[in-house]
Structures are given as C-alpha cells and as structure tokens.
Design a protein around this ligand. Structure first.
Ligand SMILES: [Zn+2]
Length: 212
C-alpha cells in the first residue's frame, strides 16, 4: 500500500489544535512509550519536526515541545513528519526533506554545524542524510555548506571592510589559514586576490555613467 505523502500546510494555524503538555505526556515522550502512540503527537519547535511518543530520537528540551491530538493538526501547525518514526505513516518526500535541510544550513552557516548534529536533528543516520542529500542536490551536505559559506564570504569581501580572517570567522570558518585554503580551492583565487580584483579600475568602472 502506498504511504500517504506529507504536503506542507497552505496556511499555518499554530494555536487552536495544540494540547497541553502534561507530565504524563512528557514522561511518555522521555520513555519513548509506544503505548501512547496514536493518542498524541509531539513537535519540537527548533527542528520543526513532529514525532510519535515512541520515537527514539534524542529527548528534546521540554520548553520546545508542543503536543497535538492528531498528525493532521501538527501538519496544519507547520510541522514536518519525522523520517524515523513516520507519524501516521506520513512520508516526507525526499526533495522536500532535503530542501528543509538546505534551508537550515543556510540559516545557520555562521555557526558550528556538524553533519552528525544535522543527522541527529533530523532523526536519521548520517549515512542516510549524506546519500539522500547527494542524490537530490548533486552535492553532499558538507559541500553544500562550504558553498553557502564561500558565497557569503564573497559578499563580505565585496561589501565590507572586514579583514580576510574576520570574513572567515563570520561565515563559520574561524581558522584563517583553513578559510584561505577553502576559498582558493572553491573560487580559484585567494580571498585577498578576489577582493583586489574587484577594486581594480578594469573591473569597477568608477564614475562611468550609462546615460547616452
Ligand atoms: Zn520521530
């Protein structure tokens, strides 16, 4: 039988269907109590994922947890079904899933991001994360992260007065030598060469207006 496919809620309705996170429900979540499956679902605001009580994912922080009476209510509130416990058999299409991970990488690239933490956050194995991401995007999550960081670095080199080391730190590569190496490998020029080229008259047509 075909598994139902998750589709994002057209309009997010946060409050109406959320239920109270009682101590009993919290205890069911902490103990991955399968006896509570189907009785309620819980979401985690930091990951935007929702699970069955029995899910063996890492225990979230209680203040980030919200409880729903049905999977549909969690979906309506904008949460995505967990890849591991598949609440109500809801299957998240890989493409949507990979897009969400890419979005999370773009939102957090200046921070320390490890693939292990990404996989844990998504409740999947590292292997599954790597393979699925690469299949959809043609690049591994690590390659994608580097691309996002280097694009951001190019922007800062063009538009700011930060030193090269500061630029590296601001895009999440705090080791200056490592940043220079990665930049050179990706762009084909060093960060300072890149900046210098932009500053030379042949590239920047200063004072030249295009009104004929
Ligand atoms: Zn789960």
């Amino acid at each position: 039988m075909e598994e139902p496919v998750w589709t994002p809620a057209a309009k997010q309705t946060e409050t109406p269907d959320a239920e109270c996170l009682t101590d009993a429900k919290w205890s069911a979540i902490v103990n991955s109590d399968a006896g509570q499956d189907g009785r309620f679902y819980y979401s985690v605001s930091t990951t935007r994922i929702f699970c069955r009580p029995s899910c063996r994912s890492r225990t979230p922080k209680r203040e980030n947890v919200r409880v729903f009476g049905s999977a549909a209510a969690a979906v309506a509130a904008g949460y995505r079904p967990c890849k591991r416990c598949k609440p109500d058999g809801l299957r998240m299409p890989d493409e949507e899933w990979v897009n969400a991970i890419a979005e999370s990488i773009r939102a957090h690239y200046p921070e320390r991001i490890t693939l292990q933490s990404l996989a844990e956050e998504q409740h999947v194995s590292l292997f599954h994360l790597q393979r699925t991401f690469k299949r959809i995007r043609g690049a591994t999550p690590a390659e994608y992260l580097i691309g996002v960081r280097i694009e951001a670095a190019k922007g800062l080199l063009r538009e700011s007065r930060y030193t090269v080391a500061e630029v590296g730190a601001r895009v999440g590569i705090s080791n200056a030598a490592h940043f220079a190496t990665v930049f050179l490998k990706t762009v084909g020029r060093s960060p300072s060469q890149y900046r210098q080229e932009l500053a030379t008259p042949s590239n920047r047509k200063a004072g030249e207006d295009n009104h004929d």
